[in-house]
Design a protein around this ligand. Structure first.
Ligand code: BGC
Length: 357
């Protein structure tokens, strides 16, 4: 009897080793915990540190092991980090791509090893190895920014004209076009009617994009625009910035290169520096994307994938990555400004009062 039991145990062990996994994810079952690889783009921006921390915390709480890496905004570094995660036996990969198009080889490897991939926040392009996408509704982020400008200037009834400039994001990030288009579509009728005037004349995504979302790049471009088009005392009424890192660059440029009436400035992420600037009147709003919500959703999806359950998605038509429409879960963005930040950011526990001093 004892001998039979040990033979059966032996067979079970070999079967587990051969399949590389037990029945399903997490430590809730008796099998060894599954490992999840989390690949974040950079530590340079506050939000990705929060995303990484939240993911790690929530995955561990759900019973998973975590391999978390930051790629220093370098596609090649990210590619090799992901390959290492696969070799180290990760069962699922969660990837916020530095560049949507540069992960081909790592994704091929994931596919060959049967490792599902969740694109986190940014869609991974041109690969059928992407199983799911979880993000905030990127187009809506832009719509929220554009609508804020429209409502604040009261564009339907005010006489205008108002001067506007645009600063968008990284052309390598699939989100950036959605943000810009969402905002532009709201404002386009007013640009066409002449109520909004783009004084620099730069209004296509290509003209206003900011490679790698760098504050310094946004600052340099803003300084050039201010000295070329606003040095004669012309006011800029709105600077539509797609996110907080680019807004910071524009705010720095305005501080030393502009004497006119301070413009409405939009942003995204509610980074601490930008929230402080909102309180100080140097930035008008920022779209709040609660990284805790996104992390919880992704952890839920990881569990569902590993348990073979139906994965929670709420959009199966928008995000075509060039090869397939990736089933997506879109979280809702909201805006924060100097009036509501206490409720949205402090009462919710996202920041403490001290964080914003
Ligand atoms: C994210 C934004 C972020 C930007 C720069 C985008 O993909 O959705 O929240 O501000 O990247 O890191």
């Amino acid at each position: 009897m004892k001998k039979l039991t040990s033979i059966l145990l032996g067979i079970a062990l070999v079967a587990t080793l051969l399949t590389g996994c037990g029945s399903s994810g997490g430590a809730s079952n008796s099998d060894a915990p599954k490992k999840v690889g989390v690949s974040m783009p950079t530590k340079d921006l506050q939000r990705w540190n929060q995303d990484g921390d939240n993911m790690e915390k929530e995955l561990k709480a759900a019973g998973f092991e975590v391999e978390l890496q930051y790629a220093n905004n370098d596609p090649q570094t990210q590619l090799s980090q992901i390959e290492t995660m696969i070799s180290n036996g990760c069962s699922v990969l969660v990837i916020a791509a530095v560049e949507g198009n540069s992960l081909g080889e790592a994704l091929d490897m994931a596919k060959a090893a049967n490792v599902p991939v969740i694109a986190y926040d940014r869609l991974i392009m041109n690969s059928d190895a992407v199983s799911y996408y979880a993000t905030f509704d990127n187009y809506k982020v832009g719509v929220v920014q554009g609508t804020y400008v429209k409502d604040t200037l009261n564009l339907d009834s005010a006489a205008g004209p108002f001067n506007i400039e645009f600063t968008a994001g990284d052309p390598g990030d699939n989100n950036a076009g959605y943000f810009f288009n969402g905002a532009y579509e709201v404002l386009k009728p007013y640009i066409e009617s002449g109520k909004l005037v783009v004084v620099s004349g730069q209004s296509t995504f290509e003209e206003v994009a900011t490679p790698q979302w760098k504050s310094e790049t946004a600052q340099n471009r803003a300084e050039n625009i201010l000295s070329s088009f606003y040095a004669d005392g012309t006011n800029v009424d709105v600077w539509l910035c797609s996110n907080d890192s680019t807004a910071l660059g524009v705010e720095t440029a305005l501080a030393t290169n502009y004497n006119g009436t301070y413009p409405i400035i939009t942003g995204q992420d509610c980074d601490k520096e930008n929230t402080k600037n909102m309180i100080a009147g140097k930035q008008s709003m920022s779209v709040f994307k609660d990284t805790r919500t996104l992390a919880s959703q992704v952890v839920k999806m990881v569990g569902q994938i590993l348990k073979g359950e139906t994965v929670d998605v709420n959009d199966t038509s928008t995000y075509d990555n060039g090869v397939k429409v990736v089933p997506s879960f879109l979280c809702e963005p909201v805006f924060a400004d100097a009036n509501n930040y206490k409720t949205i950011l402090i009462d919710s526990g996202y920041y403490t009062e001290d964080d914003l001093k």
